[in-house]
Design a protein around this ligand. Sequence first.
Ligand code: HEC
Length: 99
Amino acid sequence: MAAHLRDDDRPLPAWTTRCVNCHVDTSKTPAFAPPLTHESLLAAASRRGGPISHYDATAFCRAVKDGIDPAGVLLRKSMPHYQIADAECMALWQFVVHQ
Ligand code: HEC
């Protein structure tokens, strides 16, 4: 899946863009990137100091494509921006929240 970092037009090498390279699947370990789990994404929580929010499919795809969280807070530059079709992103959301 094609991706780039914010303010950088160059495509990232494919081997760097797999979600699991940065997102571990446990909510117990403090990690480089937050867990992508049902619990963490659907929980009403304050993220990055923003107001309380939770993810749905639309908010998830905005984070993946544009690097903006459900409260409108910009994600760190280290989270790539993905060029992903809506249907593909919805399928990814379904996969992530049903694990
Ligand atoms: C190069 C490392 C890296 C890769 C690869 C990566 N991410 Fe991220 N992602 C991050 C970082 C770092 C953050 C945290 C950004 C912040 O807190 O500002 C993040 C945050 C997120 C968030 C917001 C989570 C929250 O709790 O608000 C979502 C959703 C997300 N990533 C989805 C994905 C998906 C889906 C993929 C694969 C298609 C992916 N990421 C690949 C580094 C990465």
